[in-house]
Write a protein that binds this ligand. Structure first.
Ligand SMILES: C[S@@+](CC[C@H](N)C(=O)[O-])C[C@H]1O[C@@H](n2cnc3c(N)ncnc32)[C@H](O)[C@@H]1O
Length: 107
């Protein structure tokens, strides 16, 4: 699901474990709103989605749930450290009816 693109400095707050944890907690809080925004934007089952700046992967995982097993979501990020976290999280998620997210990539 993810690919890296450049130096960690692309993201002002960096990619320390603390900042990554903050993003994950923030996502838990905003997931319902984010999912609604993605659906309003037109995401539908079967679509192919590119998530640029996926970070730890929370929006990527939401998009994967919407597009389902017939769709694909590719998360890319400039920061290799963020991608490590996103890949580990993707690998630990059970496949479920929406399918398993693929490992994020850097680029
Ligand atoms: C605020 S974080 C958001 C992460 C995730 N989308 C979320 O909502 O939790 C922004 C991310 O964008 C990445 N980023 C910034 N500029 C980028 C670029 N030009 N190409 C790829 N990733 C980039 C950063 O490395 C950082 O992980």
């Amino acid at each position: 699901m993810t690919r890296a693109a450049g130096p960690d400095s692309a993201y002002l707050l960096g990619h320390s474990p603390t900042e990554t944890d903050r993003l994950v907690l923030q996502a838990r809080l905003y997931d319902p709103i984010t999912e609604q925004a993605l659906r309003t934007a037109g995401l539908r089952p079967g679509m192919r989605v590119l998530d640029v700046g996926c970070g730890a992967g929370d929006v990527t995982f939401l998009a994967a749930r919407i597009v389902g097993p017939e769709g694909t979501v590719l998360g890319v990020d400039a920061a290799p450290r963020a991608l490590e976290v996103a890949r580990a999280r993707a690998a630990s998620r059970s496949p479920g009816p929406e399918g398993r997210p693929r490992s994020p990539s850097g680029g």
